[in-house]
Ligand binder design. Structure first.
Ligand code: FE2
Length: 408
């Protein structure tokens, strides 16, 4: 279980983990993985200016027990409590996944192309033509209204196109899917998609050696990075975007506890769209390969976000985001408690730990006759014995092409 502690509260024996967060957003997060070994060790961490660290409680020999931490049972409890409040959240099944994949792919490709052109324009000092981005975002909104899972899984499985462009499209898709889940209307979902797509265009002006630096940023480099939300808004100033979208873009690195940038605003000072972009931005960054760090799997990324709830991110909004995606998002490869391997083919907002899956491999990754299994037990034949997801599995080392199995 992960928990986030202040460096002031570190104790000998606590096991620090690298949560995968960016130096650019968390320059004061100590992330050298391993146990805290001595008072001198703690003193060195403090003297180097670090403020916080994530620790793994199961590997820690001691630790305060009064801080709420992420675990599977707690996620289920928290989500069950939130269920009543979100009973009216929009359904995700108007079109089956297999029928939506082609349109989702076209919307995704359109978003990639339009964002690449916009970032090239910003880099060359010209004003980007946002019409193509608006058209692509409208298609994204239409696709998620038919089936949220299709674009979400395509966004998470896409690997070519360059990090900055893939990240912008990833945030666009996730923000749109979350907006649809929350019941926003089609126009608002399209606006969220557009703000997500363009949120980082200002990074086209940030020196590449800073964006791709492997280690901790210097104070000057961090100050340079922190200019990018404002630079995104400046680059878009001639594009006639609605004011509330520019505001959301300006606020995508702000945090509920005031620890964000560029203004350090708190709570309700951050707009609703700004709060959504901020949370989605971190999840998208963690689950994509970055130039300086490999991606982590969605369940670990959600556990990192969960450990930040009530501080950087609003708890109720975060719980809804987890419910929207499911702890095992569509397109994930999972190992079941039966030993077989399956591809998640449909998230389940009412039981985020029990999605619908298509079993495609045995325990040794030998192909088997595909079988659709609803782990919530609500649809289809009940399995011989209760089956759950045992773990998410990275599909890449296994050489599995998840897209081949998405349509069931
Ligand atoms: Fe950003």
């Amino acid at each position: 279980m992960l928990k986030k502690v202040r460096v002031f509260d570190l104790q000998i024996g606590m096991y620090v983990v690298d949560a995968g967060l960016s130096w650019m957003d968390h320059p004061y997060l100590y992330a050298e993985e391993g146990p805290v070994t001595s008072e001198e060790h703690i003193g060195r961490i403090r003297s180097e200016g670090f403020a916080e660290a994530f620790i793994e409680t199961e590997k820690s020999r001691q630790g305060r027990q009064d801080v709420r931490v992420y675990d599977r049972a707690e996620v289920e409890r928290a989500l069950a409590e939130a269920l009543l409040e979100t009973a009216g959240s929009r359904s995700n099944k108007s079109v089956p996944l297999a029928d939506e994949l082609a349109a989702a792919h076209a919307a995704h490709a359109g978003s990639l192309t339009s964002l690449r052109e916009a970032m090239d324009a910003v880099a060359s000092g010209t004003s980007p033509d946002c019409q193509a981005c608006q058209d692509a975002s409208r298609e994204v909104a239409q696709s998620v209204a038919r089936n949220r899972d299709a674009l979400v899984c395509l966004g998470m499985l896409s690997e070519s196109g360059g990090y900055q462009v893939l990240h912008g499209v990833g945030v666009s898709v996730l923000a749109a899917a979350f907006g649809d889940y929350l019941g926003l209307d089609r126009r608002q979902v399209g606006e969220l998609a557009l703000a997500g797509l363009l949120h980082d265009v200002g990074k086209a002006l940030t020196p590449r050696d800073v964006l791709e630096k492997q280690g901790r940023l210097s104070d000057e480099e961090y100050a340079r990075v922190k200019r990018h939300p404002v630079e995104s808004c400046s680059a878009l100033s001639a594009a006639s975007l609605p004011q509330h979208l520019l505001r959301a873009i300006a606020e995508h690195h702000e945090r509920q506890d005031g620890s964000g940038y560029p203004r350090g605003i708190k709570g309700a000072q951050q707009s609703f769209f700004g709060r959504i972009l901020a949370m989605v931005d971190v999840f998208a960054a963690l689950t994509q390969d970055r130039p300086y760090r490999a991606r982590i799997l969605p369940d670990k990324a959600l556990s990192v976000l969960f450990a930040m709830r009530g501080r950087e991110f609003e708890t109720s909004l975060l719980e809804r985001f987890i419910k929207c995606l499911g702890v095992y998002p569509c397109g994930s490869l999972v190992r079941l408690t039966s030993g077989d391997h399956a591809v998640v083919s449909e998230s389940n907002p009412h039981a985020p730990l029990r999605p619908k899956v298509t079993v495609v491999f045995d325990q040794d990754f030998k192909p088997i006759h595909p079988a659709v299994l609803d782990l919530s037990g609500k649809e289809g034949p009940a399995p011989a014995k209760p089956t759950e997801v045992a773990a998410l599995v990275d599909h890449r080392p296994q050489g599995v092409n998840v897209r081949d199995h998405l349509a069931g």
